[in-house]
Design a protein around this ligand. Structure first.
Ligand SMILES: O=C(O)c1ccc[n+]([C@@H]2O[C@H](COP(=O)([O-])O)[C@@H](O)[C@H]2O)c1
Ligand SMILES: Cc1cc2nc[nH]c2cc1C
Length: 354
């Protein structure tokens, strides 16, 4: 599989399946439109899958991990070692994402796209890690490119490969997740590059920067853009110059899922930056994306607006890992069940509108 093929094979949504889903929504025992966004969501899922009554059975949360050279600028409240330590926590089942995955009956797949610290491979649990490391951490974007163009392609294809593997085990919906100390900085740089908005409107506190840290982070993003000059017309250029390996992996996973007519539940700030890269590479991926939530991270709203996505939830979350997307899965499943299992006016003998 090459990048051109990954992009080329994404089909438009199935209009006939959407029309059938809309017609059914209007025959179910409720005033038309009264289930709000859940109705639209079910219609979108019909269009994505090509099934008038889509079923969400197999749910996969792909958590992509990577490290970032820009942490040398002091842009995160936590040390880089936490990336690898949290990967180990994901594999042991002790992180927030593991709890929420169990809650929505999803499987968590953890992939190393670019963790700087070596992860142990003797540990039986570590065998579950998908090892698709492009390099042990990106370059410092405040001084030069994050990665080469070749590495950007490699990250995209590695993410796509994770989805291809999981499809064989059953995958009706993909939820995206990320882990990478420092990754809100490249995500903000990506957002600033595509939207043209000033960094200070986009950077947020990430894992918990104070006021001075926030101002410094905006300056680092400004420098990253001045040094690298990413072209907003070229998604690969933006990813290579100011992105990250896990961000590329997530974007590639989105393209692969859409190519197989599978919906993508987009998590928070980092996954949304990946979605911007994916849409820049392949605009036809956009209707496959569902924004799970509105993160606390400043700038997330601007990014969702650029993508023309309306988030399902606003829970003041800012964890990443796919935690918002896990909750979104539950809504997608509920939307499908309502459309499939509710009685129609005819079936239930309920009188229609006078
Ligand atoms: O998903 C979000 O909206 C989000 C917002 C802030 C922080 N995070 C997580 O925190 C880490 C990045 O934060 P930072 O401050 O190190 O850039 C990374 O592991 C992300 O998953 C995630
Ligand atoms: C503990 C911790 C857990 C995380 N999960 C995602 N990003 C994270 C950052 C930290 C610091």
């Amino acid at each position: 599989m090459d990048l051109e093929e990954l992009i080329r094979r994404i089909p438009p949504l199935d209009e006939a399946a959407m029309a059938a889903a809309r017609a059914r929504q209007n025959r179910l025992t409720k005033p038309p439109g009264s289930l709000g966004r859940l109705e639209e969501l079910a219609v979108q899922l019909a269009g994505i899958t090509g099934q008038a009554l889509p079923r969400i059975q197999h749910k996969v949360i792909a958590v992509m991990a990577g490290d970032h050279g820009v942490v040398a600028e002091g842009v995160s409240a936590y040390p880089q070692a936490v990336t690898a330590q949290m990967v180990a926590n994901f594999l042991r089942g002790g992180a927030a994402i593991n709890v929420l995955a169990r809650h929505v009956d999803a499987r968590v797949v953890v992939a190393d796209l670019g963790v700087a610290t070596e992860l142990p491979d003797q540990d039986p649990l570590a065998r579950a890690l998908v090892r698709v490391k492009v390099a042990p951490g990106t370059g410092n974007i405040a001084q030069g490119p994050a990665m080469s163009r070749e590495q950007a392609v490699q990250a995209l294809l590695a993410g796509a490969q994770v989805v291809e593997q999981e499809l064989a085990r059953g995958l009706d919906i993909l939820a995206t997740g990320d882990m990478g100390i420092g990754n809100t900085t490249p995500s903000a740089a990506i957002a600033a590059a595509f939207t043209g908005r000033p960094p200070q409107e986009i950077v947020g506190r990430g894992t918990g920067l104070d006021e001075a840290g926030l101002a410094h982070k905006a300056e680092v993003v400004r420098r990253a853009l001045a040094v690298n000059r990413p072209s907003a017309e070229d998604g690969l250029d933006v990813l290579a110059k100011v992105g990250g390996f896990e961000i590329g992996g997530i974007a590639g996973a989105m393209l692969a899922a859409a190519g197989h007519r599978r919906p993508v539940m987009v998590d928070g700030f980092i996954s949304t930056a990946a979605a911007m890269v994916a849409v820049a590479l392949a605009p036809q991926v956009r209707p496959y994306l569902i924004a799970a939530h509105h993160s606390v991270e400043q700038g997330h709203g601007i990014m969702l607006e650029w993508l023309r996505l309306q988030p399902l939830l606003k829970l003041e979350m800012r964890l990443g890992e796919g935690t918002g997307a896990a909750l979104g899965i539950s809504l997608a499943e509920a939307a499908c069940k309502l459309m499939a299992e509710m009685a129609t006016f005819d079936e239930a003998g309920v009188s229609e509108r006078a």
